[in-house]
Design a protein around this ligand. Structure first.
Ligand SMILES: Nc1ncnc2c1ncn2[C@@H]1O[C@H](COP(=O)(O)OP(=O)(O)OP(=O)(O)O)[C@@H](O)[C@H]1O
Length: 250
């Protein structure tokens, strides 16, 4: 058996609309890594992550999640993954606890384990005081936290997040970041898009920058600084440098 070295491996991934949104993209995320995928608006980040999460069919390419061919065996791949977008889809008529237990049930998680995980996630994400209220009256930030909890309830090994901090206040954003950091400490792998570069700068072990559906830079912050020839610059400065040429060409 070939040893599995990556949590996620994407090769030649392609999706075209009227023009290529993702263009023969190669990407490797190591197990236990926090990886941030950055790029200008329209670069192809969401399209990439939706294909990885099994929500969008690629035109070409391969996706492997912990060695499982995600296109050939999407159910096995989905068992190991969580998908969180900035448009949370939850059931309004349920309370957070009911929702989490419902999602856990779909994954076949035993009731007592589901109850314990639901309570733990609600407490971590500061949902405790509202755990018994229906989600229909919740603010966007609270809905986002319920959706995140729902995505984590089956303890996925690969957590895929598309702009998870959009619309969250500082305290909620901190709670979400703490939960993600805790998951990574416990062995999970995170790939996250964000336009909040300070978050990528502080949390990500490696950063990938895409433009026009292609990876144009990748590395640790130190490596990106070195490549850009920019001593102690912020990620924002480096990002603007790296993407300047591609935005001028757009
Ligand atoms: N369903 C669709 N139909 C047609 N074009 C699409 C569709 N979805 C995405 N695109 C196009 O594909 C390209 C990549 O879009 P995508 O949403 O992946 O970018 P993004 O990097 O996530 O951008 P943003 O940072 O603005 O969210 C864009 O040019 C977008 O207009």
């Amino acid at each position: 058996m070939t040893p599995i070295t990556s949590a996620l491996s994407v090769q030649g991934l392609t999706k075209c609309y009227d023009r290529p949104a993702v263009d023969e993209l190669d990407l490797t995320i190591h197990g236990g890594e926090f990886y941030s995928l950055l790029g200008p608006n329209g670069a192809g980040k969401t399209t990439t992550l939706r294909m990885v999460a099994g929500l969008l069919k690629p035109d070409a390419g391969a996706i492997s999640i912990f060695g499982v061919d995600a296109l050939a065996d999407p159910v096995a791949a989905k068992r190991m993954t969580a998908w969180v977008s900035d448009e949370p889809m939850i059931y309004d008529k349920l309370t957070p606890i009911e929702y989490l237990e419902f999602v856990a049930g779909l994954w076949g998680i035993e009731t007592s384990t589901a109850e314990a995980r639901a309570l733990e996630l609600c407490s971590w994400l500061g949902l405790g005081p509202h755990a018994q209220d229906r989600c229909e009256g919740f603010s966007k930030g609270m809905r986002q936290k319920v959706a995140l909890a729902g995505a984590l309830v089956h303890e996925p090994r690969l957590i895929i997040l598309d702009e998870p901090l959009t619309g969250l206040d500082a305290r909620s954003a901190r709670l979400v970041k703490d939960v993600l950091a805790e998951r990574v400490r416990n062995g999970a792998t995170v790939i996250m898009t964000t336009h909040i570069l300070e978050v990528a700068e502080r949390m990500a072990e490696r950063i990938g920058v895409i433009a026009h559906g292609r990876l144009i830079a990748e590395g640790t912050l130190a490596e990106l600084r070195l490549k850009a020839g920019r001593g102690e610059s912020s990620l924002e400065d480096i990002f603007l440098d790296i993407t300047e040429e591609t935005s001028a060409a757009a």
